[in-house]
Write a protein that binds this ligand. Structure first.
Ligand SMILES: [Zn+2]
Length: 87
């Protein structure tokens, strides 16, 4: 971690932040082949990511896969006055 990151963290040390999942953005899933690096398009349906892996295995005989999920979050300061106290 660079020193720049450290100074940002110090500045917000007393600030309270909260992460909130973006309500309109569902958890997304995708499959990735560990042998050739190809990955599926991300989808809201975990089964579709697994089906992509099975189809890829059928076409290529590649046998190593990674299934991943990700979600979008917003970070909001729960106590805006906290930042003023620190600076
Ligand atoms: Zn592959």
């Amino acid at each position: 971690m660079s020193e720049g990151d450290e100074s940002v963290r110090r500045r917000y040390r007393f600030a309270e932040w909260a992460l909130t999942a973006v309500p309109t953005m569902a958890v997304r899933h995708f499959g990735k082949c560990l042998m050739c690096g190809q990955r599926s398009a991300d989808t809201a349906e975990p089964d579709e990511a697994q089906v992509w892996c099975l189809k890829h295995a059928g076409l290529t005989h590649h046998s190593g896969y990674e299934l991943s999920a990700f979600q979008y979050f917003n970070a909001t300061m729960t106590d805006p006055k906290a930042e003023q106290r620190v600076t």
